[in-house]
Design a protein around this ligand. Structure first.
Ligand SMILES: Cc1ncc(COP(=O)(O)O)c(C=O)c1O
Length: 461
């Protein structure tokens, strides 16, 4: 799709509330047209991450489950005990997958949140509240700098300082000495990723657990990306380090049902080794005129549809289904990594598995990305060092995708190695939004974000 704003030219723009409603069939036809075109962007398997499932039959099945419960409000449980069942079973199945049975002294529990960021926000909230009980009023958490910006967002929103430790450039794992040196009496938790988004590598969770236990603090493992695929990779015999509740010291794990759990966007599980840590972050108001109010998470009303669809996805796949898809994804990812390794000028970073990143010490890797884009690939750009990454998902496991990657990458390397005169057009932007940003340009970044939101709103500017 050439433009971020293609529809203004094709369809009427609603800048005010329409006087009369439109015909439903016409609306649905318009939506079908748009969705069909947008699906074609990823259906060939050229897009990193994002479309983890990509199976239209599975989507239709989940849509059916969603449809039956979409109008229900998970906040009003007396009217829909089904939602309690869905949520409880989603949590129980996830705890099982994360080996919560290895937890001995405490009682594991969980909550369903709105996504990876939601789970991370709730984890940081739980540690902040636990710290407060211990008399810490200026809490900090420590993350390897590769951990997702959602931790920084949580710090920003919740008033928790986020200390960043550097990584070992070869392994891309957080530097343990530096992490240890950053711990002080106000540290409430450490963070490690399994895997991180950028490199697809797993931090030294065992050592982080030892450090956490030594200081009596929490350890959150961010399994938003890897949580629903690494367990099956382990079952398949891939050489992966342990990172779940079997590792002493791990106190919370985020695992996204809306990524490799193959649910619709809008759900994730935050798993706790200790129920009391979860319970400590619950919010309630007992003296409101509207009645005593309590909600289990940051959201108020929530659609029961997402819970039903996520539950349906999980029980329809089971261990067998997840493991089979994971097998295809791991095989495809290692085949794509082999393609990259066949080029002397390219270097795979660290020891990744289903998601990998590569760079070049010889030419500009963004020129490689520029060329790949002309062939319809959408890999994500990274920085420090400049690199591009591919989170392999089910669309890549279709026949022919690895071969196309091999052919297109060879040409892309030739293009980059020839040293094109023009500077690369692609850059290190999460999610593939337009390039050209610099980290100093606060005003510019805000303007780009605002433009994305406002362009169709007719807001006077
Ligand atoms: C490792 C990791 N953590 C957290 C997140 C944030 O997840 P979400 O975008 O669902 O909020 C992501 C997203 O890709 C991720 O890869």
């Amino acid at each position: 799709m050439s433009s971020m704003y293609p529809y203004a030219e094709r369809y009427p723009v609603n800048r005010t509330m329409p006087e009369r409603g439109r015909d439903r069939a016409e609306i649905l036809a318009e939506l079908d047209e748009i969705a069909g075109e947008e699906d074609s962007v990823w259906e060939l398997g050229h897009c990193s991450g994002t479309m983890y499932c990509g199976d239209h039959e599975h989507y239709a099945f989940m849509a059916r489950a969603f449809e039956r419960f979409a109008h229900m409000n998970a906040l009003q449980r007396d009217m829909c005990p089904s939602n309690t069942r869905f949520e409880g079973e989603i949590i129980a199945m996830t705890l099982d997958m994360l080996n919560a049975s290895a937890v001995v002294d405490t009682e594991p529990a969980g909550m369903v949140t709105s996504g990876g960021t939601g789970s991370i926000l709730h984890a940081v909230l739980a540690y902040r509240e636990q710290g407060r009980e211990r008399g810490i009023d200026r809490p900090n958490i420590i993350k390897p700098e590769t951990a997702h910006p959602a931790f920084d967002k949580a710090g920003f929103l919740l008033g928790v300082e986020v200390r960043r430790a550097s990584i070992d450039p070869d392994t891309t794992q957080g530097n343990m000495d530096e992490i240890a040196s950053l711990v002080d009496e106000n540290t409430v938790a450490l963070v490690g990723s399994a895997t991180n988004y950028g490199y697809g590598t797993i931090d030294r969770i065992g050592e982080l657990g030892e450090l956490a236990l030594e200081h009596g603090i929490g350890l959150h493992v961010d399994g938003c990306l890897g949580g629903f695929i690494l367990p099956w990779g382990e079952a398949l015999g891939y050489d992966l380090p342990r990172w779940d509740f079997r590792v002493p010291g791990v106190t919370t794990i985020s695992a996204d049902t809306h990524k490799y759990g193959y649910g619709f966007k809008g759900t994730s599980v935050l798993a706790f080794a200790d129920r009391s840590l979860r319970n400590g972050q619950y919010f309630y108001v007992t003296d409101w005129t509207g009645g005593k109010y309590c909600s289990p998470g940051m959201d108020g009303s929530r659609s029961g549809g997402l819970l039903a669809a996520t539950w349906a996805a999980m029980v329809s796949l089971g261990r067998e289904g997840y493991t089979e898809y994971a097998r295809r994804i791991f095989e495809t990812s290692f085949a794509m990594q082999e393609v990259v390794r066949n080029h002397d000028g390219l270097r795979v970073i660290g020891e990744p598995s289903f998601c990998f990143s590569f760079t070049s010490d010889e030419f500009d890797i963004y020129h490689v990305n520029d060329f790949l884009r002309t062939r319809g690939w959408r890999l994500n750009g990274q920085q420090y060092p400049d690199a591009i990454h591919m989170a392999v998902t089910r669309p890549q496991t279709q026949p022919g995708v690895v071969d196309r990657f091999a052919t297109d990458l060879t040409e892309a390397v030739e293009y980059a190695a020839a040293g094109p005169e023009q500077p690369p057009a692609s850059g290190a932007i999460y999610g593939g939004v337009a390039g050209g940003w610099s980290e100093e340009a606060d005003e510019f970044i805000r303007a780009v974000m605002a433009d994305m939101m406002d362009r169709h709103q007719g807001v006077p500017r």
